[in-house]
Design a protein around this ligand. Structure first.
Ligand code: ZN
Length: 134
């Protein structure tokens, strides 16, 4: 499951670069090069994990697979669970619920700031720095 998180992270980042199709054979090396978590991992081990993750994501309607490529089937969004604060990448084709605790209240992550133009924020007014001990 942890591997799948990184794989989804990689899919999300690729999508944001305009890449919705990835060549399967290049993915293990890319993951090892990209994530510190896999820096000391063996590319063959990663391939095995990757193949089961691909199978799972195909079943969940997140990606499609042909002989050499995988392709995103729907848009991925980054969400944070309102209950356990777990951050996950959910496809628009999947039911929206936290992968860790199954809570259905997920919010966009990072939270978009909605400050009105021209209005002063608390920090500008000096209210954000009032933590000095008395
Ligand atoms: Zn949760």
């Amino acid at each position: 499951m942890e591997f799948e998180w990184y794989f989804r992270d990689h899919l999300f980042r690729s999508m944001n670069k305009g890449l919705s199709r990835l060549e399967i054979s290049t993915i293990p090396k890319t993951l090892v090069d990209t994530y510190l978590r896999f820096r000391n991992a063996n590319v063959d081990e990663i391939s095995i994990l990757l193949h089961s993750a691909i199978e799972n994501l195909v079943q969940r309607n997140v990606i499609t697979q042909d002989d050499t490529n995988i392709k995103l089937k729907g848009k991925l969004t980054r969400k944070q669970c309102g209950k356990c604060f777990y951050v996950c990448y959910v496809s628009e084709n999947e039911p929206l619920s936290c992968f860790r605790c199954s809570n259905v209240e997920l919010r966009d992550f990072p939270i978009k700031k909605t400050t009105k133009p021209g209005s002063k924020s608390e920090e500008d007014l000096g209210l954000g720095h009032s933590n000095k001990p008395n």
